[in-house]
Design a protein around this ligand. Sequence first.
Ligand SMILES: Nc1ncnc2c1ncn2[C@@H]1O[C@H](COP(=O)(O)OP(=O)(O)O)[C@@H](O)[C@H]1O
Ligand SMILES: O=P(O)(O)OC[C@H]1O[C@](O)(COP(=O)(O)O)[C@@H](O)[C@@H]1O
Length: 316
Amino acid sequence: MNQHVIVTLTLNPSLDRTIEVDRLVTGAVIRATSVRLDPGGKGVNVSRTLLANDVPTVAVVTAGGADGDQLVHLLETDGIPLRAVPAAGRTRSNVTIVEPDGVVTKLNEPGEPLSRAELDAVADMVLAATEGASWVVTCGSLPPGVPTEIYARLCEFFTAAGVRVAVDTSGPALLAALEAKPVLVKPNREELAEAVGRPVGSLGDVIEAAEELRDRGARTVLASLGADGAVLVEEEGVTIGEAPVAAPRSTVGAGDALLAGFLAAGARGAPALAEGLAWGAAAVCLPASRMPRPEDIRRDIVRIHTRPDLGRSLIA
Ligand SMILES: Nc1ncnc2c1ncn2[C@@H]1O[C@H](COP(=O)(O)OP(=O)(O)O)[C@@H](O)[C@H]1O
Ligand SMILES: O=P(O)(O)OC[C@H]1O[C@](O)(COP(=O)(O)O)[C@@H](O)[C@@H]1O
């Protein structure tokens, strides 16, 4: 395992409220069977997972208003090494509704704009945190009004400073980031399809789309495919694997756990993919966005496919 610090940046973190219900019916009054509040946002979850597995990490977040205070409090209570940039806008709350079969419905707020001065403070904070860091992981959606190119600019800056950059975002921010040549991007299937402008319905389609993202600048693409596992496309070739889970509990944060495991294991080849898959599967077995600890992670369920069926349809 790489013991250098992995710095995460979450410009648009959230308080994640996960509500379990027996059945989701729109237009009805539904009584919740359980409620859980977690600190959230993609980089936050990557850091929470790394810390739970003794991998050094620092989480840089913005935090505003009472919800921002609560986010900071929850992260500090968990012992997450944190650099919080005060923001005038309120930190958002995201709600996830989970049904007994593990189906999740997510309601993500857009978040509040960040001023130029706040963005500059974020850049300074990330810069200070990256001394001796092995990776900067820039994660999640951008708050309204934040320039689409921000991850690209940060990527150029940190690449020039010798720090590897991973990007986990979607839409125009992902497209812009590719041009700055990040070492790693982690789109899920929908994000990959959106990036290439066509559906990706089979493993072959995923590989083709991932190669396209590499042509546009990403060195490595880790495409996550939900219950279908993940595909790693890098210079050395393509690796495909999965870690089946019979009864998923909550998929919130699964992609973040996959990314954390992949980075923790060195971010190259089948061993890193297998570790990521084991961490992702462990996250799916836990309620809400509880992130896996070593005792939750089962490496024996991981299968790396040596002869994958590239025509296989992916689960819709
Ligand atoms: N139903 C599931 N069964 C087993 N593993 C899953 C399931 N859903 C997600 N995963 C694991 O979590 C990873 C990320 O899930 P995915 O839904 O693709 O990403 P994201 O959470 O970023 O949208 C997958 O690559 C897989 O390893
Ligand atoms: O920044 P976005 O795209 O709105 O996503 C934020 C949400 O994603 C999460 O990080 C979960 O991510 P994944 O389920 O994709 O792994 C939540 O904690 C958070 O509410």
